[in-house]
Design a protein around this ligand. Structure first.
Ligand code: GLC
Length: 568
């Protein structure tokens, strides 16, 4: 595309979407937005190859408008060998042929904007694919060259450099270093990869890397995206000298509990986002940055959303909280103190493409470290009915909270984690790098069911699906739930409509007492919300029930149920 065409299309886009500070789409839309995560390969497949794509998304936008969300976030669709489902990018400014073309992206973006839906895209700055042009040049170049300086190449330790430069482990299991063969055919330097060996880490102390990412940001901003979800936003900068570090055995796989992990949350990372913020501010239309930063507390996470840095950060402490009233009250309090304390909105999230779906996770009886997943031999399998009941109650609680909320595709259908995926169908690098010791994340990535009777439940016209879909999913298909009173889809629609109508996202939370230790009870505007996390029923106070995650009868809120009551 010529730059004249870019300018023309950008103008057309600006005329239709941003700067529309209306009631429908307020200024600083990201403060209150409900953002729906699309995992493109599992959302909708138009081409019939069994992998979802951009035309598939475009064709389903009416269904998302009907659901009532404000924005979508797309996991990576850029060019990639797909070793980590697209989080290994080989060209940041092109669409992978699996998902379509740049023209398909533009069409999807225009169609979303035409429906008042904002679009944020994933940006993966910590590492590229090993097939990225820069990494291929680095492999061909000599130690000490400008090409190698874009990544983290180091000489090995021990005699002839046979040992890795330090003891760091990959998040996906195994060592975080791989040795290369030099031009002469001899083993040579090592490169760092915090994730798979196909995902070499960039060296962010190198100005050339910074400049390249400014270009990439502008490329997508010029096309009209509303912002970016920034992958591994707490990585990027590594401590001087790369000191040895092994995470404690019970640490979450990304972030850990430790104060100073030499590759997470290093101070210098904030300069990168201050720089990016100035770029976003060159553009009209309230573009936003959202940090994927796995840190143990809301206070630590809030450092990424100080007023001159990012706009939002995923609230992973909230996601990691169990279905327990006291723990939930604590994390909500901490979030509402920490994020607004730096001028940012709190965000809320229960599921994404890296964790066990909350319709299963909230009923797990065994420990489940992030990214490990569950499979046929996992201990403490969830009871599906219990999981779904809690998931519906947890979502009803989350969507009543002030701030912005993230949903993950398929949760509006009540999809559980898929446990029985055969080993030879699994694709997550975690599964391979740990020799099957960790199941990884495939169970939350299974293509979603749209219709009950069509091949692949309407996911793909050919019936192909890159991960097998369970037989029980026919009854969870969207067509089985639309217009059906009490279905999970209709519950989500009601919650989203009431949240919007009553401006709960922009509201204020006020705790209320008197419902016992197992209740999470608060007022937000004229809505009273009571979530019962215990096993005994709670008496329903006066008011009109405007939403309930399960049947409410005889003036009682049953176990694992959330109710919204209007006082008007
Ligand atoms: C993020 C992504 C995850 C990916 C990893 C490496 O955590 O959400 O899916 O594997 O980064 O890019």
């Amino acid at each position: 595309m010529t730059s004249a065409e870019t300018v023309e299309r950008t103008d057309a886009f600006l005329a239709t979407v941003p700067d529309r500070a209306t009631e429908e789409s307020p200024a600083e839309w990201w403060r209150t937005a409900v953002i729906y995560q699309i995992y493109p390969r599992s959302f909708a497949d138009a081409s019939g190859d069994g992998i979802g794509d951009l035309p598939g998304i475009t064709a389903r936008l009416d269904d998302l408008a009907h659901l009532g969300i404000d924005a979508i976030w797309l996991s990576p669709f850029q060019r990639s060998p797909q070793k980590d489902a697209g989080y290994d990018v080989s060209d940041y400014c092109d669409v992978d042929p699996l998902f379509g073309t740049l023209a398909d992206f533009d069409a999807m973006l225009a169609a979303a904007h035409g429906r008042g839906i904002r679009v944020i895209v994933d940006l993966v700055p910590n590492h590229s694919s090993d097939q990225h042009e820069w990494f291929q040049q680095a492999l061909a170049a000599a130690p000490g060259s400008r090409e190698r300086a874009r990544y983290m190449f180091r000489d090995g330790a021990g005699e002839n450099g046979v040992l890795p430069p330090n003891n760091w482990e990959s998040v996906f299991g195994g060592p975080a270093w791989t040795r290369v063969i030099e031009a002469g055919g001899t083993p040579g330097q090592w490169y760092l990869h915090l994730f798979d060996s196909s995902q070499p880490d960039f060296d962010w102390s190198n100005e050339e890397v910074r400049e390249e990412f400014r270009r990439i940001l502008r490329f997508w901003l010029d096309r009209g995206v509303d912002g970016f979800r920034v992958d591994v936003a707490h990585g990027l900068i590594k401590a001087e000298g790369l000191p040895d570090y092994i995470p404690p055995a019970d640490a979450a796989s990304m972030g850990g509990e430790e104060a100073n992990v030499p590759y997470w949350g290093q101070e210098g990372v904030h300069d990168v986002y201050r720089d990016w913020r100035t770029i976003l501010e060159e553009y009209a239309g309230d573009r936003a940055l959202a940090a994927e930063a796995w840190l143990p507390t809301a206070d630590k996470t809030a450092l990424w959303v100080r007023s001159d840095e990012m706009h939002q950060a995923f609230n992973f402490p909230y996601l990691q909280t169990e279905w327990d009233a006291a723990d939930l009250r604590t994390v909500i309090d901490e979030s509402l103190r920490a994020f607004p304390g730096v001028g940012a909105p709190s965000t809320w999230v229960l599921s994404n493409h890296d964790v066990v779906r909350h319709a299963s996770r909230l009923a797990l009886t065994a420990e489940n470290p992030q990214g490990h997943g569950i499979g046929p031999d996992s201990p403490g399998k969830p009871i599906p009915e219990l999981g779904l009941r809690r998931a519906r109650a947890a979502t009803a609680l989350m969507l009543a909270l002030p701030g912005s909320a993230y949903l993950y595709q398929g949760e509006e259908l009540g999809l559980p984690e898929v446990i029985d995926i055969p080993g030879d169908a699994r694709q997550d690098p975690t599964w391979f790098r740990t020799n099957g010791e960790r199941y990884g994340r495939d169970g939350c990535r299974v293509p979603i069911p749209w219709t009950a009777d069509d091949p692949a439940y309407g996911f793909s016209p050919s019936g192909a699906s890159w991960l097998p879909q369970p037989a029980e999913w026919a009854k969870l298909a969207r067509t089985e739930q639309v217009g059906v009173e009490g279905s999970t889809l209709e519950l989500y629609r009601t919650l989203l409509a009431e949240r919007r109508a009553r401006s709960l996202g922009a509201g204020t939370l006020e705790w209320i007492d008197g419902f016992g230790p197992d209740a999470v009870a608060f007022r937000n505007g004229n809505v009273t919300v009571i979530a019962n996390t215990g096993s005994a029923a709670i008496a329903l106070p006066s008011g009109t029930v405007i939403a309930a995650s399960g049947p409410v009868a005889d003036g009682r809120i049953p176990a694992d149920t959330t109710v919204w009551l209007a006082q008007d």
